[in-house]
Structure formats: structure tokens, C-alpha cells
Ligand binder design. Structure first.
Ligand code: BTN
Length: 223
């Protein structure tokens, strides 16, 4: 996989789109900082130097697996006792350590990953950096850990060596959302209920009206 390293960019996801426009695929773009870092739900992603900001562009083949697989690989790569908050935030003691923004563009998938490693979070108390948890950390080491894991899992997915159910099982073990009473904010309604399952298609809630299932893509928020 081709790796493009940049000092500064608006957003690695946007840069990836421009390269896709030029006909590129199967590449990774990483930047030291972003001046228009994007989060989910049109939020901004603070992207000061010291954090990891990168996007992977692939053919669409396993796009339904990535929202479930990528957070598992991030937790393995950072090697701390973090959990996954639905759909794919990485949290440590309730504070956000890493986020994923997956976008579909033309016939490609862009997996954008941000990890707070040594970056300044400007006193944001809903977020935390790896440095605060582990002390000394090097973002290059975390990136290499992630990339090796990703390439290995991707190869195994292509060859059929790992099964989707195994990935789902790992996700569920790391989920901090399953079993919780939550409020899902959907485009036209709010739904409250206890989460009893998450799979590749979405999240299932036990609500007052019975069991209801929502596709991952439809869920706008979870508090
Ligand atoms: C979220 O939790 O809201 C998703 C955050 C995703 C941030 C990453 S940083 C690299 C890539 N480029 C962006 O502009 N966003 C993603």
C-alpha cells in the first residue's frame, strides 16, 4: 500500500478524495496536522501536532466490516484498556481517545482515523490523549503497530482466513454500549432503550414498543 506523508493538510479524508478524483486507490495518507479536521456529524476534529491523523483508501469490498474492525485494531495498536462506544469511538474512562470517520466516495471507501497521542487537547475535558494514560509514547510506534495489524487483518479477510463472526465477537467484548440504557437521536425521532446487540447491520434496542433495530448509518447520536 502506497503511503503519502504530509506536514499539513486541510483534512486527510478530503485529500484522499482529491487523489481518488485523479484515479488513485489503495493508499494511505497521513499528516502531522490538519487545519480542517472533520469529525462525524459535521463536527470538527482538533488536529494539533503530536496526534495521528490518517486516511486509508480501499475498494469498497469490505466496507461493512470496517466500522466494526477498525476500532478493535486501534485498541490493539494503542495497547491500553480502552472500550468502544457505539458506533466506533474509542474511549478511556469515558473520555475520547480516538475517532473514526468512514466516508464512501465514488466507488471507494475512505477510513479516516484520528488518535490523540501527544497532542494538545486545549483543555477539552471530554477527550484524553495516550500520553496522559501511558506517559511516554511515540506516535510513529502507534502508527506502525496499527498499520501492521491492519495489513495483516486485511490480507486474512481477503483470503478468508478470518471469519466475520470472530471480528464481531471481539467487537462485542470491547463494547461499552451493549447492555446500556441509551438514547439514540435519529433524524426524525429519539429512541430510548437498552442495547442488547450490535452487528454489521446495526444496533438493536429493547424499547417500550419492543425490539427495534437501527442501521449504523442512521444513528446520529448516542448519549
Ligand atoms: C469522530 O469521532 O467524530 C471522527 C473523527 C475522525 C478524525 C480523523 S483524523 C483523520 C481523518 N481526517 C479527517 O478530517 N477526519 C479523520
Amino acid at each position: 500500500m502506497k503511503i503519502i506523508k504530509l506536514k499539513e493538510v486541510d483534512s486527510t479524508n478530503e485529500y484522499a478524495k482529491r487523489l481518488i478524483d485523479e484515479g488513485e486507490s489503495n493508499f494511505l495518507v497521513i499528516a502531522d496536522k490538519q487545519y480542517k479536521g472533520k469529525g462525524r456529524l459535521r463536527r470538527t476534529w482538533l488536529s494539533k501536532p503530536g496526534g495521528l491523523y490518517f486516511s486509508i483508501v480501499l475498494e469498497n469490498k469490505f466496507s461493512y466490516i470496517f466500522p466494526i474492525l477498525i476500532p478493535i485494531l486501534i485498541i490493539k495498536a494503542i495497547d491500553v484498556d480502552a472500550k468502544i462506544k457505539f458506533p466506533n469511538d474509542i474511549v478511556y474512562k469515558g473520555k475520547k481517545l480516538s475517532g473514526i470517520l468512514i466516508e464512501h466516495y465514488k466507488d471507494k471507501i475512505i477510513v479516516g482515523i484520528g488518535i490523540n497521542v501527544e497532542n494538545d487537547l486545549e483543555g477539552l475535558d471530554v477527550a484524553i490523549s495516550l500520553k496522559e494514560i501511558k506517559g511516554e509514547v511515540k506516535k510513529e510506534e502507534i502508527f506502525n503497530n496499527f498499520l501492521n495489524l491492519f495489513l495483516d487483518y486485511y490480507k486474512k479477510l481477503l483470503s478468508g482466513e478470518i471469519r466475520e463472526e470472530e471480528i464481531l465477537k471481539e467487537y462485542k467484548k470491547l463494547s461499552e454500549t451493549i447492555g446500556r440504557y441509551v438514547k439514540l437521536t435519529l433524524p426524525n425521532e429519539e429512541v430510548r432503550g437498552t442495547v442488547f446487540d450490535i452487528d454489521f447491520e446495526g444496533i438493536s434496542l429493547a424499547t417500550e414498543e419492543g425490539i427495534r433495530k437501527f442501521p449504523i448509518g442512521d444513528v446520529k447520536n448516542l448519549r
